[in-house]
Design a binder for this molecule. Structure first.
Ligand code: FES
Length: 133
């Protein structure tokens, strides 16, 4: 069965209750063998970005699973060359890509508390995604 290329691709990443306040977590929603998106929870808000640093090529940010934040958990951190990013906007606030931004991805939290990722078909995101639901 092929995906309908006119519909957004969606995938449930996890539930809001799975994330602690101040926690970041990476996901491999399309099963390519590495995390390609990550979310950060701050209070009742969740921010989501592609796991690609704007500084260099398609470098992923963490040096180990889920290590997306600075030690004080106040910024997103790229372990390759130390860039830090504002959690709310994804803008680089310090480091070699100052002023550039992470690429945000659209998510929504359902009434049941599911964090659902949305990708438009033309976004050509993260290799060959699989449509669900
Ligand atoms: S690749 Fe992220 S700071 Fe250089």
């Amino acid at each position: 069965m092929s995906a309908d290329k006119t519909k957004p691709l969606t995938k449930v990443l996890c539930c809001l209750s799975d994330l602690e306040d101040g926690e970041a977590r990476g996901f491999d929603p399309f099963k390519i063998g590495r995390d390609t998106v990550f979310v950060v929870r701050r209070s009742d808000k969740v921010y989501a970005y592609r796991d690609v640093c704007p500084h260099y090529g398609s470098t992923p940010l963490p040096w180990k699973k889920n290590a997306y934040l600075t030690r004080d958990a106040q910024h997103i951190f790229c372990s390759a060359h130390g860039a830090t990013f504002d959690i709310e906007t994804g803008t680089c606030t310090l480091g070699p890509c100052l002023g550039q931004s992470l690429t945000s991805v659209q998510i929504a939290i359902s009434q049941a508390g599911e964090i659902r990722l949305f990708l438009e078909p033309e976004e050509g995101p993260i290799r060959t995604p699989v449509a669900t639901g």
